[in-house]
Write a protein that binds this ligand. Structure first.
Ligand code: PMP
Length: 360
């Protein structure tokens, strides 16, 4: 068996320990005589898996009791519609557009009401986070929306926006569980799990209870109504059972590693290795202003398309894969999520140094 260092933005690297554990349990999950893939979602075994997954997530994020944790299908993108459908009582919402995913959410919300773009960083290819200390928040806004970590552009909100008392909704797909968070500052905090947590096919939405009501937009599908899922404990229909199981394993791994404080320490350490190198390199250059740099997604360029392509190709041959930047921006991007070991980042930097010497 030979494993590569996988810098994919998602689906992405998972902890080897977890992969081994699920492989061991593949044929016979803890004496049940079957794989979790074959198990009824109404069985006692599965109920225990989902209950433990929820409790472990609550412990890790210190989720207050007045928040529901929903394990939902449809990915993060389906929440782009579900959020306005459930929250737009006044049919007004304010969006801060800091990248493609925030933009998609903003465009989707326009279908359901008046979505206002109250700030954007599109003028400089989303390479920074705008000042959000005193924005023109709409007096009747049902919520203010952000994408907290911008996977494609490698920016992160280091401070949450001043929403002037309005409910904050955040997509944390690419920074989920990468550092401690204060859940009480959000109305909804949600993310697709295929980056920092588990396999693709699920979104976890953590929603303050007062936002879960029957008062949703007319025509909201039963499946997209938060109340349907909350009342049924995420088991209204057949959920993505296997994904919930693997996510649960990752939660236990995170607890064992020391929780989110320890993850943050490791993530800062890992990102510093790469950013420090970029800051002194004569060939490679980071594309994000230093103060808004993400710890999870690190985009960089050489300034020459052919050189970028050569780098990506040779890195792949050296076992450093999926370093090509997003198709809309080009260059390179290294995603260094929780499960990327420090050794992987060190190997990348060593390779970049060598490449720089060879191509000086
Ligand atoms: N939000 C962010 C920040 C993302 O990075 C992505 C996926 N790359 C999405 C939303 C969309 O996620 P999904 O494919 O699960 O719909």
């Amino acid at each position: 068996m030979s494993r590569v260092y996988n810098f994919s933005a998602g689906p992405a690297v998972l902890p080897e320990e977890v992969l081994k554990e699920v492989a061991e349990e593949m044929m016979d999950y803890q004496g049940s005589g079957m794989s979790v893939m074959e198990m009824s979602h109404r069985s006692a075994d599965f109920q225990k898996i989902i209950d433990e997954a929820e409790q472990d997530l609550r412990d890790l994020m210190k989720i207050p009791d007045n928040y529901k944790v929903l394990f939902l299908q449809g990915g993060a993108s389906q929440q782009f519609a579900a959020i306005p459908m459930n929250l737009m009582k006044n049919k007004v919402a304010d969006y801060i557009v800091t990248g493609q995913w925030a933009k998609k959410a903003y465009q989707e919300a326009q279908k359901y009401g008046k979505a206002n773009k109250i700030a954007s960083s599109e003028d400089k290819t989303f390479s920074y986070i705008p000042d959000c200390s005193d924005l023109p928040i709409s007096p009747d806004a049902d919520y203010v929306y952000i994408c907290e970590n911008n996977t494609i552009y490698g920016t992160k909100f280091k401070e949450l926006p001043n929403t002037k008392g309005k409910t904050l909704v955040a997509d944390v797909s690419s920074c989920f569980l990468s550092e401690p968070v204060d859940v009480s500052k959000y109305g909804i905090i949600y993310g697709g799990v295929q980056k920092n947590i588990g396999p693709a096919g699920m979104v976890i939405s953590i929603i303050r209870e007062d936002l879960i009501t029957d008062d949703v937009l007319e025509g909201t599908p039963t499946m997209l109504k938060f109340k349907t899922q909350a009342d049924a404990g995420s088991l209204y229909n057949t959920p993505n059972c296997y994904c919930i199981y693997v996510c649960g394993k990752v939660f236990k791994w995170l607890k064992k590693m020391g929780g989110l404080e320890e993850m943050q320490r490791r993530n800062i350490e890992k990102a510093k290795i790469l950013y420090d190198f970029l800051d002194q390199s004569k060939l490679f250059k980071g594309t994000v202003v230093p103060e808004d740099r993400s710890l999870m997604n690190v985009p960089f360029v050489t300034g020459d398309k052919d050189m970028d392509a050569k780098f990506v190709k040779e890195a792949k041959e050296a076992g450093l894969v999926n370093l090509k930047g997003h198709r809309t921006v080009g260059g390179m991007r290294a995603s260094i999520y929780n499960a990327m070991p420090k050794e992987g980042v060190e190997a990348l930097v060593a390779f970049m140094k060598k490449f720089e010497e060879e191509n000086a």
